[in-house]
Design a protein around this ligand. Structure first.
Ligand code: NAD
Length: 499
């Protein structure tokens, strides 16, 4: 049923919600979705109201009654169908991500691929969802088992930076375990999720099993306050993650809330710089630094500092800034005019607090429009500076030179965030010490972007994650199920049938 493309009077697409197996208009206001590489309006997105949210929850709650009893192997078959559709439309989905987010097509394709991998993992739900049992576990002839059961309606609230991928950290696991689901994409780039739901519609899930509600903070508040929603999965900035965690928990819900980051890349004196430099450049400037795993601080240890700085400057000079759809472009725009101005202001603040601006530092204004910032490197940054403490979420790399691995680890320990950290070295002992001493969720050893595969949890520590179970893999199975214990005794069983 293709009713998504209701166009406005100006001919621009008006997005709708997908509730109970149908495309429905929202009762809320709308706002434009902008292509950040050109400044053009791509579509209008509704800011759904509490009424819209209530309709989605009602549809999901009704669907839960039947869906929870569908055999897991049959629920898994929907994942095979979804996987096929996503693979078939992989390039189209990636283009939609690039048009609304700005990242290069290659980056967008990688994110679609990760979404697909989560569907593939969730297709194994009959094995993943198994509980465990122990014959005579509670006494002679008394057996005990723990059975995983779904809980009801769950919802995910997603960030702008991985509009297509992040909902897939949760949705495939939630629905294959027998729950029903509502996705609330970022209002800044909702188009790829809208397309995913067209594909979901073609597959024909039972109505209400999976729903799409567009919107912004008011929509999120309605989700947080709805009594029938059993759990919330959130990914976004730390301030909002903290708020979501508190409000959803106060309303009795399960919550997993991933927040912001300030990831450190340590370069030891023995690092293989030919291989390390491309890793650092990709981590810091890929997606214009708008990844939660972006390395935004580089810490050279000891004598490697001068050569590292010089080679980073050379490599930054090779970055081609432009529209992510264009061949040869290696860094796209930032998400919005507001983001561009915020990033440029953070750069200015860095200069004022005494860091050395080595290269970049300005907004770029191409004739075609769009919101671009030069790839920027600071040196002589100190750990207590705002440049080192605050998430900028733009193409800005801060260099903090130190003289020992201990001092490098102190830099990481001194950050409020604990999403990821990387070390570049050929020395196993240093790498092991680094790995074991850190309080961070993802550690890269000679890896600049330590992004967990779909069958591993996407963790985070300190201000980067609030909750217990993470997205993806077994953690997701735990989050979306309750372990019900059943203890069984049969009084007449010992001597066979008698009546
Ligand atoms: P954001 O916090 O502004 O928005 C995230 C979502 O929350 C959006 O859907 C938005 O509509 C909603 N929202 C925004 N303000 C709200 C409010 N006051 N109340 C309720 N809901 C609100 O984040 P963003 O700018 O879209 O995404 C970038 C951030 O996400 C960065 O901080 C980045 O580090 C983080 N991120 C973290 C991870 C991770 O795994 N830790 C992954 C991706 C992104």
């Amino acid at each position: 049923m293709k009713t998504l493309d209701r166009t406005t009077e100006t001919g621009v697409k008006m997005l709708q919600n997908y509730i109970g197996g149908r495309w429905v208009p929202s009762t809320g206001e709308t706002q434009p979705v902008i292509n950040p590489a050109t400044g053009e309006t791509v579509s209008h997105v509704p800011l759904s109201t509490a009424e819209d949210v209530a309709a989605a929850v009602q549809a999901a709650q009704q669907a839960f009654a039947g869906w929870k009893d569908v055999p897991p192997i049959d629920r898994a078959r929907y994942m095979f169908a979804l996987r096929d559709r996503l693979v078939e439309h992989r390039d189209e989905l990636a283009r939609l991500v690039t048009i609304e987010h700005g990242k290069t097509l290659a980056d967008a394709q990688g994110s679609v691929q990760r979404a697909i991998e989560n569907v593939e993992v969730a297709a194994g739900i009959p094995s993943l969802m198994m509980g465990y049992g122990l014959r005579n576990g509670a006494g002679t002839n008394i057996d005990e088992e723990a059975v995983r059961r779904p809980l009801g309606v769950f919802a995910a609230v997603a960030p702008f930076n991985f509009p297509m991928m992040v909902p897939f950290w949760f949705m495939p696991y939630a629905i294959t375990t027998g729950n029903t689901f509502i996705v609330k994409p970022s209002e800044q780039d909702p188009g790829s999720m809208a397309r995913v739901f067209e594909l979901i519609d073609e597959i024909g899930f039972p109505p209400g099993v999976v729903n799409l509600v567009n919107g912004a903070r008011g929509t999120v508040d309605a989700l947080l306050d709805h009594p029938q929603i059993r759990g919330i999965s959130f990914v976004g900035s730390t301030a909002v993650a903290r708020y979501i965690y508190a409000r959803a928990a106060a309303n009795g819900k399960r919550v997993q809330a991933a927040g912001g980051a300030k990831n450190v890349m340590v370069v030891m004196p023995d690092a293989d710089l030919d291989k390390t430099i491309p890793n650092i450049i990709n981590s810091a400037f890929g997606s214009s630094g708008q990844r939660c795993l972006a390395g935004s601080i580089v810490v050279p240890v000891g004598p490697v500092r001068e050569e590292l700085r010089q080679r980073l400057v050379e490599a930054i000079g090779q970055i081609k800034v432009g529209n992510g759809l264009d061949e040869g472009v290696t860094m796209g725009p930032v998400i919005s005019e507001t983001a561009r101005d915020r990033i440029v202001q953070a750069i200015e603040n860095g200069r004022q607090e005494g860091a050395e601006l080595v290269t970049g530092g300005h907004a770029v204004q191409p004739e075609e429009g769009g919101y671009f910032v030069e790839p920027t490197l600071f040196d002589n940054v100190r750990p207590e500076m705002q440049l080192a403490q605050t998430e900028i979420f733009g193409p800005v790399l801060a260099m903090i030179p130190v003289e020992s691995l201990d001092a490098a680890i102190d830099v990481i320990d001194g950050s409020p965030y604990g999403n990821a950290a990387s070390i570049f070295t050929e020395h196993g002992g240093w790498a092991r010490e680094f790995q074991t001493r850190l309080d961070v969720g993802n550690v890269g050893i000679n890896i600049g972007v330590a992004a967990p595969m779909a069958y591993f949890p996407f963790g985070g520590a300190r201000d980067s994650f609030f909750g217990t179970q993470h997205g993806q893999g077994r953690d997701a199975i735990d989050f979306f199920t309750d372990r019900q214990v059943v203890i069984t005794r049969w009084f007449g069983g010992e001597s066979g049938a008698h009546w």
